[in-house]
Design a binder for this molecule. Structure first.
Ligand SMILES: Cc1cc2nc3c(=O)[nH]c(=O)nc-3n(C[C@H](O)[C@H](O)[C@H](O)COP(=O)(O)OP(=O)(O)OC[C@H]3O[C@@H](n4cnc5c(N)ncnc54)[C@H](O)[C@@H]3O)c2cc1C
Length: 390
């Protein structure tokens, strides 16, 4: 069996690793170049993602992963300013929040990508955008790419994100909805916040603080292994993922409305916008914005997908955000999809069931994932603490 995966996001790369481990031929096509700009700063790994990584990665990758995650987080703090000082005014436990595991841990997106790439870098074709596909009478599927090349496989997996080209052709009635929300993001080295007291005040838990017209989320990412040890031990893998700097940092997010976004997405424009939103706040938070590393400054739009009724299984399928946008939980969902699909494809390769039956089973479970709620700062599902990641 040969599988084409479109998209080297967390979902596509987790699947590719799992297939690789199982000896199934896989090739990944990614439209961006290898060291393209990352989508955000850090993610929360819930139990679903951790289980998926355990199932799909090689032992040395898991070793690297466990050194690359931050400390466990179990609550979100509220900060306010009192007599010129930032203080913790409240705290809400994640304990009763559905789908948020007690073991949730932050992971740096670029480090996660580096770990995932280290297992499959030789089968990822960067800079190759899928433009369409053709399902052929001999049960194979032929993928077409922007550079004029084609490739053929037994299964095509669209792991190409919310704007999925695969989904647009396969399920053309599904539309992307603009939620009207976007989030400004950045990462600020903890070393540049020395003396502000902020990293010590919040410890390892995320915190929210009211700024002009929105709630700013800040959370320290302190790696389990000291960054210099990480750098030295996994140099080669870090290079694959384009990770140039590993140091403890404070990630911050400012959810805002897209109408204020403007057209300039450069890092300086993002910093200017973040400066405006935090102008009237405590100096420590202003310093967080001023000292953010330019490469991490980003403005991400939040989209969602219209609902779809079940479709007939074929040799084309979808995974992660391409199938069900779950802002704030999407990477966990995508990795969970990848693990499930991987397990079923291993059964197909072992002759235990046919491909279409396996895809049907996978898609039924994957569609159920739409019900999973979001935990992301901009998304505020009812009855749950404001999310904490980016
Ligand atoms: C601000 C913010 C914070 C978030 N925080 C969290 C969090 O804490 N936890 C969490 O679980 N989720 C979080 N999410 C959601 C998460 O980022 C996504 O849900 C997740 O990245 C989806 O993974 P994916 O593999 O399905 O798709 P993506 O990560 O979108 O990857 C798709 C890949 O496909 C490639 N691609 C697209 N089109 C083509 C094409 N035509 N040909 C080839 N390649 C193509 C893209 O370049 C991309 O690399 C957050 C999202 C945002 C915006």
């Amino acid at each position: 069996m040969r599988v084409i995966v479109v998209g080297a996001g967390p979902g596509g790369l987790t699947l590719a690793n799992g297939l690789r481990q199982a000896g199934i031929e896989v090739v990944v096509y990614e439209r961006n170049q290898q060291h393209g700009r990352s989508q955000g700063v850090s993610l929360h790994l819930e139990d679903q993602a951790t289980t998926a990584l355990r199932a799909c990665l090689a032992p040395e990758q898991l070793d690297m992963m466990s050194a690359a995650v931050g400390a466990r987080r179990d609550r979100v703090l509220s900060l306010t300013e009192q007599d010129g000082a930032l203080v913790v005014s409240g705290s809400q436990s994640f304990e009763n929040a559905p789908h948020l595991s007690a073991n949730r841990r932050p992971v740096d997106r670029q480090l996660l990508r580096a770990v995932l790439l280290s297992g499959v870098s030789d089968v990822v074709r960067f800079g190759t955008a899928l433009t369409g596909f053709e399902q052929r009478s001999d049960s194979t599927v032929r993928a077409r790419f922007a550079d004029g090349s084609t490739d053929t496989a037994d299964l095509l997996v669209g792991a190409d994100g919310i704007g999925s080209v695969v989904r647009r052709q396969y399920l053309p009635h599904v539309r992307v909805l603009d939620t009207g929300r976007c989030t400004l993001l950045g990462a600020t080295p903890l070393s540049s916040l020395a003396g502000t007291g902020l990293p010590e005040l919040i410890g390892d838990n995320p915190a929210k603080v009211q700024v002009t017209g929105t709630t700013m989320i800040v959370a320290a990412v302190r790696f389990t292994a000291p960054p210099p040890a990480l750098r030295e031990r996994w140099q080669a893998a870090l290079r694959h993922g384009g990770v140039s700097e590993v140091e403890d940092y404070l990630m911050w997010a400012l959810p805002t409305s897209a109408q204020h976004r403007g057209t300039d997405d450069s890092s300086e424009a993002v910093r200017r916008h973040a400066r405006e939103l935090t102008a009237a706040t405590h100096p420590a938070l202003r310093q967080v914005v001023e000292q953010a590393r330019p490469a991490t400054l980003a403005r991400l739009s939040i989209g969602s997908l219209t609902a779809t009724s079940p479709w007939t299984a074929s040799n084309v399928t979808l995974l992660g955000d391409a199938a069900h946008a779950a802002p704030g939980f999407g990477a966990n969902s995508a990795m969970w999809d990848a693990q499930r699909l991987n397990e079923l494809l291993i059964e197909v390769a072992g002759g235990k069931q046919g491909l279409l039956a396996a895809i049907g089973t996978y898609e039924e479970a994957m569609r159920g994932a739409d019900a999973r709620p979001a935990s992301f700062p901009g998304a505020r599902p009812q009855g749950r603490p404001t999310g904490t990641s980016a």
